[in-house]
Design a protein. Sequence first.
Length: 311
Amino acid sequence: MIVLDRLTKRFGATTAVDQLSLTVPTGSICALVGPSGCGKSTTLRLINRLIEPDGGRVLIDGTDTASLPPVALRRRIGYVIQSIGLFPHWSIARNISTVPELLGWPEARIDARVDELLGLVGLDPALFRNRRPHELSGGQQQRVGVARALAADPDLLLMDEPFGALDPVTRDGLQAALIDIQARTGKTVVIVTHDIDEAIRLASLIAVLDKGRLIQQGAPRDLLSRPVTPFIEAFVGGPRRGLRLLQVTPVGERTDYDNVTGGEAIAAEATLDVALERMVAGAIDRLPVRDRTGRQGTLSLADVVAPEGAS
Ligand SMILES: Nc1ncnc2c1ncn2[C@@H]1O[C@H](COP(=O)(O)OP(=O)(O)OP(=O)(O)O)[C@@H](O)[C@H]1O
């Protein structure tokens, strides 16, 4: 668990992070979102002590990070940044193994880890381990950046706009890879993004900052259904709030289980946007649904469009 406790950072007259308190549970993905300059990147850099706070504390699993040597702390924290920062003259394998080498891992263990990580981020080790960074696409390099951050198996991964510069398809693939990696490894992830759709897709906890202050935190659905201020409402949704709510609402919640329809069923755990897409693509107004226990039901278009809480 990571606890930010009244964390404050000033740069001259600017208070970049202002009394920020936030708890990120172990094994969850937390997205820091907010307008440009609201203090997202500064918060990440305070967590791994690339910069020191003017006030407040960061606790990782109960330990105040101020009591740890910064270099040792950073080796325990994976850090992924948009510009990636791979060493151009080093092979991909050597780039990935920087921290394990610093930690003095035996060569065989490092080699096995590099192959394992390349596999985890969807790059074939036989093809990629000996290439140089310039022989990879931007998306492939970003995957290497994620592999490098995971190399020494840190419990905590900090990601600063990791997919910001990528095209939508590559970005989509990397988001899916991150969800998969997180589910398999149970890492705690704090990700900075200015893209609310990315935050909704990836995070179980979203913290919205403005001018260094935490304005609202909660599950994506909480923020979308109960924004506490007009600023949050505009930020998380604006005119697309209804569509985004579909993305976070499970089909099972709007399913009529007294009414069984034949055909290929959609999973009750799928979200309403997927169901709506299937209805539009098939020009149909009802879908068969099946939940994990095998229970069957029907989702009708009218129940998809019903406002939150009305069904
Ligand atoms: N090293 C620094 N020196 C002076 N001011 C800084 C420094 N780093 C950040 N700031 C200022 O602190 C504020 C917060 O910056 P930060 O980079 O944390 O914002 P951000 O939310 O990550 O923004 P963006 O989305 O544009 O990357 C900004 O006003 C910025 O200009």
